[in-house]
Ligand binder design. Structure first.
Ligand SMILES: C=C1C[C@]23C[C@@]1(O)CC[C@H]2[C@@]12CC[C@H](O)[C@@](C)(C(=O)O1)[C@H]2[C@@H]3C(=O)O
Ligand SMILES: O=C(O)CCC(=O)C(=O)O
Ligand SMILES: [Fe+2]
Length: 329
């Protein structure tokens, strides 16, 4: 349960339920069948048009998904005093309503973990939770690697592991997150408005691999600034282009702005693997993507420098602005 005190109620953001133009004729979210020979072309198109797509025939065993979902459900059903024994997110740990260190809040509780250390989660049976996490993360990492190799192939980048090696590196700074959005009580669902579960933002990493139960809530922003709802599909995965991939493609792919709205009836559980590079990695446009005298849109920076700056930003900030080159007039 998300713990709610009276003054905290006032902190939540709402969005008006006005119908954006795109909501009348929403474009279909691209679906990529990873078992099809032309999937790499579909991936490139989806990354250019939406920065977002759904993946089917992904090869992640349903058994791993269900086991982690069941362990996560058990964890979030524990009394608050048990869950908080995991420790507050600094940046890893158990968090409730507060997202990040700079005052963002949402109708959500979560576990934020690094992928290269065994987590210390306070549950009745941490070994079983850990095994479920490890199986799931290993299978999702393999799928993400395959997707990044298809991206490299589709963009004719050599070698084909130029992107995937960053997240496969032993030192990779990847992050895993379990989000639980309890049903939001009527008192908070004021007339014709939605309560924000997770405010709008882009993900900082290369790509993020998201899977949720069958409860809706996720929305993505289109190029025209309108928002569309992503129909949930618990058998599939959703891929977000992150800020790092935007830079590595020199803006050809755009990181997708997304958010989650709370549901008044059902709880939403999501699990997200954020594929990050090693901290020392330079994030810059890939030389093979630069044509002729094309210039980098970004100043040089390492993932460490980007993260340090990201952690002093608010969720909705454009974290890349700080690293953009000022265009010469
Ligand atoms: C407000 C914040 C939370 C966040 C760190 C930040 O200062 C800005 C980026 C946020 C974000 C969004 C995507 C992921 O959920 C996340 C783990 C990440 O890498 O960047 C979160 C950070 C967080 O919750 O710590
Ligand atoms: O929980 C979700 O569905 C999305 C959350 C998200 O975007 C994030 O944790 O970065
Ligand atoms: Fe996100």
């Amino acid at each position: 349960m998300v713990i709610l005190s009276k003054p905290a109620i006032e902190q939540f953001s709402y969005i008006r339920n006005k119908q954006p133009a795109a909501a009348l004729f929403p474009p279909l979210i691209p679906v990529v069948d990873l078992s099809k020979p032309d999937s790499k072309h579909q991936i490139i198109k989806a990354c250019e048009e939406f920065g977002f797509f759904k993946v089917i025939n992904h090869g992640v065993p349903m058994e791993f998904i269900s086991r982690l979902e069941s362990e996560a459900t058990k964890f979030f059903s524990l009394p608050f005093c048990e869950k908080e024994k995991t420790g507050q997110p600094k940046p890893y740990g158990y968090g409730n309503k507060r997202i990040g260190p700079n005052g963002d809040v949402g109708w959500v509780e979560y576990l934020l973990l690094t992928t290269n250390q065994d987590p210390n989660i306070s549950t009745e049976n941490p070994e079983i939770f850990r095994a479920a996490l490890n199986n799931y993360m290993a299978a999702v990492k393999e799928m993400a690697c395959e997707i990044l190799e298809m991206v490299a192939d589709g963009l004719k980048i050599q070698p084909r592991n130029a992107l995937s090696k960053l997240m496969m590196d032993e030192q990779s700074d990847s992050v895993f997150r379990l989000n639980h959005y309890p049903p939001c009580p009527d008192v908070l669902q004021s007339l014709n408005s939605n309560v924000i579960g997770f405010g709008e933002h882009t993900d900082p990493q290369i790509i993020s691999v998201l899977r949720s139960n069958n409860t809706s809530g996720l929305q993505i922003s289109l190029k025209d600034g309108s928002w569309i709802s992503v129909p949930p599909d618990h058998h599939s995965f959703f891929i977000n282009v992150g800020d790092s991939l935007q830079v590595m493609t020199n803006g050809r792919f755009k990181s997708v702005k997304h958010r989650v709205v709370a549901n008044s009836v059902k709880s939403r559980l999501s699990m997200i693997y954020f594929c990050g590079p090693p901290l020392s990695e330079k994030i810059a446009p890939l030389p093979s993507l630069m044509r002729g005298d094309q210039q980098s849109l970004y100043k040089e920076f390492t993932w460490f420098e980007y993260k340090r700056s990201a952690y002093s930003s608010r969720l909705a900030d454009n974290r890349l602005t700080h690293f953009e080159k000022i265009a010469a007039s």
